[in-house]
Ligand binder design. Structure first.
Ligand SMILES: NC(=O)c1ccc[n+]([C@@H]2O[C@H](COP(=O)([O-])OP(=O)(O)OC[C@H]3O[C@@H](n4cnc5c(N)ncnc54)[C@H](OP(=O)(O)O)[C@@H]3O)[C@@H](O)[C@H]2O)c1
Length: 430
């Protein structure tokens, strides 16, 4: 690479404008540290007239060929989002030896292995720190610092919107709908929050994290997910009384060398490191027998925060040669996906039952017959009905599912059972 690094940028919205601002403000530092001067030579947009304060209009174009067809461009920054046409464009650039930095989690979670293979063939680099947890340097830590640490579990609060909503439900007793409306007012949640609250956004991020942590190919379709949109605030409250905190968690672990990964609401003990992550922050807890626990915490979204991760990827490319060992960080170890019946979990179970003598005994006996034992029971009567809340000991999930199916059919059980996984080092608060 010459002293001047020529950059083409695809997109100039919230993140793109942040990238231009950071590159401008830190140009001197970058040149002193790397010996390179960075020049953004072309920026692709749809609408040339849109308001972009501080952006030099002469670099803007609506013609992608001015970037993709320009062999003098060293690095392409993709901050336009979407899977089409970015997929074809980035494959082409990487295949021609142009390194790419992207913030696009949906693209990576669907086509990451294919793009990394194109980079390997083209002798280019693909970097995507900003695609997961914005400013938190978790991909870099996994790809570089912990490459040989044999990570065996990755647990994360990887969606800030849902963490904000759950924190407000717990801390301020808000309903789900009110907390969501407040998150939208404050700009934490999109006008259409489906991807966030339904768990799809977190699933895309977990697919990327898991691929890098376990050196294997995991795509978004491999990640079952459920969100917080059907959670009842009473379960958040009862969990809190029992010493737990409700979180939307991404949980990935190796089970007999197979990969188990999913996203779901979960209870964590109040003294668990992830329980303390409030507001819209993100956190990723990495575990390995070599390093025990490492937790990374910080802002998981925001234009400047995301842009800072994009710029840091550009600098990493300047600091490493194409074809170095980093390019092979996803070298496929060929791990299979773990079968669901291989998994064990502890659970929170809430049952609404008729307030009759012997109900608790009958419920306990159904659970016992399925080999599921009870750690804690909370029983409350309200008129003719009663509420049973239980923390179930860690058991094979298939056995718990069978027991819940039988409980749901008992005439004394008056509403569908609510079952939420309990995740953490123990099954109950220490
Ligand atoms: N915002 C965040 O906090 C955040 C956090 C993490 C990751 N990300 C990721 O970063 C990427 C960018 O997000 P953003 O918030 O900056 O989006 P944005 O504000 O909507 O900006 C998108 C930019 O791309 C341009 N664009 C979109 N489609 C195009 C097309 N087909 N041809 C040409 N230009 C096109 C738009 O042009 P116009 O300006 O002409 O409309 C705009 O400049 C996404 O992948 C997103 O998931 C964002």
């Amino acid at each position: 690479m010459s002293d001047i690094i020529r950059i083409g940028m695809l997109g100039c919205g919230t993140v793109g404008q942040g990238v231009l601002r950071i590159l401008h403000e830190t140009a001197g530092t970058i040149e002193r540290a790397t010996g390179h001067r960075i020049e953004v030579v072309k920026v692709l947009v749809r609408d040339l007239q849109a308001d972009r304060p501080g952006v030099d209009p002469s670099v803007l174009t609506t013609d992608p060929e001015e970037i993709l067809g320009d062999d003098s461009i060293d690095i392409i920054i993709e901050v336009m989002g979407g899977v089409d046409p970015t997929h074809d464009w980035l494959l082409r650039a990487l295949g021609h030896g142009t390194s790419v930095v992207t913030a696009n989690k949906q693209l990576l979670a669907r086509h990451g292995p294919e793009l990394l293979a194109a980079a390997e063939e083209g002798g280019s680099e693909l970097r995507f720190e900003a695609s997961v947890c914005a400013a938190i340097p978790v991909i870099k830590v996994l790809r570089e610092s912990l490459l040989a640490a044999e990570i065996d579990s990755v647990m994360g609060i990887v969606n800030g919107t849902t963490n904000y909503i759950l924190s407000e439900m717990r801390g301020n007793g808000m309903s789900y709908a009110d907390a969501l409306a407040q998150a939208q007012d404050l700009g934490y949640a999109e006008a259409d929050p489906t991807e966030d609250v339904g768990g799809a956004d977190a699933a895309a991020k977990m697919a990327i994290l898991c691929s890098i942590a376990f050196h294997t190919r995991v795509l978004i379709d491999d990640v079952p997910y459920s969100g917080i949109d059907s959670l009842q605030s009473e379960d958040v409250d009862i969990a809190s009384e029992l010493g737990f905190v409700m979180k939307l968690l991404g949980v990935a672990r190796l089970v007999d060398d197979a990969v188990s990964v999913r996203v779901h609401p979960a209870l964590v003990p109040a003294d668990h490191p992830l329980a303390a992550i409030g507001g819209a922050d993100n956190a990723v807890l990495l575990e390995s027998s070599m390093v025990r626990q490492i937790m990374l915490v910080g802002p998981g979204a925001g234009g400047t925060e995301t842009a800072s991760a994009v710029v840091s990827d550009v600098l990493s490319i300047l600091g490493s040669r194409p074809g170095s060992f980093l390019g092979g960080a996803l070298a496929d170890a060929g791990r299979p996906m773990a079968a669901d019946d291989a998994l064990e979990s502890a659970f929170y179970l809430r049952l609404e039952v008729a307030d009759e003598p012997g109900v608790l005994a009958r419920v306990s006996s159904v659970l016992g017959e399925s080999g599921v034992s009870i750690l804690t029971v909370l029983q409350r009567g309200e008129g003719d009905s009663a509420r049973l809340v239980m923390i179930l000991h860690r058991s094979p999930e298939a056995q718990v599912a069978e027991a819940i199916g039988r409980l749901a059919e008992m005439p004394e059980v008056t509403a569908p059972p609510v079952l939420i996984a309990v995740v953490g080092s123990g099954e109950a608060p220490r």
